[in-house]
Every structure is written in C-alpha cells, then in structure tokens.
Design a binder for this molecule. Sequence first.
Ligand code: COA
Length: 138
Amino acid sequence: MREIAAAAKGHWGYDAALVRSWAASLDLSPGRLSGAEAFVADADGRAIGWAEVLPPEDGACVLEHLWVEPARIGAGIGSQLFRHAAGRARRLGATAMEWEAEPNALGFYARLGGRRLRTAMSEWGRELTIMGVVLVPS
Ligand SMILES: CC(C)(COP(=O)(O)OP(=O)(O)OC[C@H]1O[C@@H](n2cnc3c(N)ncnc32)[C@H](O)[C@@H]1OP(=O)(O)O)[C@@H](O)C(=O)NCCC(=O)NCCS
C-alpha cells in the first residue's frame, strides 16, 4: 500500500525525497487498519490500488486515501475505488463524503460528481480544495 501511494503521488512529478518521506510517514500498521475502512483493488491477486474512508464525524466521512499504481491509471480503477468508498461511507450512516483533492485529480473528482466546498492548508503548506459529494441513503 505504501509503495502504491508513493508511486501514485510521484506520478504527478513531485520531489522524490518529499514523496518518499510522506509515504514513510503513513501509519499503515495492522492495529490502525483493522479498525479502518481501507480496501485494495487487485488484479490476479496483486494490489494495484487502494482507498480508505474514515468513520463518519458530524454526518460526513473523509476519503483519506485513493491511489492507483501509475501503470493502471486511466483504466477505471480509481472510479471503482471511489464508488466503493462512497458506498461504504453511506453504509456507515454518512450523508456526505469529503476529501482534500490533489490538484492534478480535480478533473477526475469532478467527473465523479465531486463539488468544490472550501479550501484548506495541506501538510505540504499548499492551499488545497476540499471537495465533497452528498450521499443519498440507499
Ligand atoms: C486520480 C486517480 C485516483 C484516478 O484514477 P483512475 O483509475 O486513473 O481514474 P479512472 O480511469 O477511473 O477515470 C475516471 C474518469 O475520470 C477521468 N480522469 C481520470 N483522471 C483524471 C485527471 N487527473 N484529470 C481529469 N480527468 C481525469 C477519466 O478520463 C475518466 O473519464 P471518463 O469516465 O469520461 O472516461 C489516479 O489517477 C491516481 O491514483 N493518481 C495519482 C494519485 C492521486 O492523485 N490520487 C488522488 C489523491 S486526492
């Protein structure tokens, strides 16, 4: 999962050392993930992407991670992971899902119905767009 996240983030051309240090800092310990809504897309038993949605707070789940390995970008994996995350968030009782959008992925999220909600400072000191979707109960 760490390798996929690093490769996906690096796909946008960010400084390699910064990306490595960010990926190394991700807490992917079994203790944390066992209680989380994290899921992997696999092809022939090999992980090719993953996503994680956090438990709802004030009715909204945060989509914390969404990464597709570069060789698989553009093949529909990201949309499947996004829709799965939204479905999980809905089943957890959330009425909305929000996320901090990578600037290069704004078009992808807009394509999936994401709306721009506000901006926030990221851990890299960038002003990023917070996007969201409303989740209609099924
Ligand atoms: C962003 C990301 C998750 C998208 O996943 P993907 O599997 O490549 O996306 P899909 O193939 O499901 O694309 C779905 C639609 O969005 C469009 N799309 C995909 N990436 C796009 C982008 N960066 N900008 C604009 N449109 C995009 C596709 O053309 C497709 O449109 P269509 O339905 O008209 O054919 C993937 O590119 C990725 O992991 N990127 C690197 C890491 C990253 O930015 N993660 C997001 C962190 S917030």
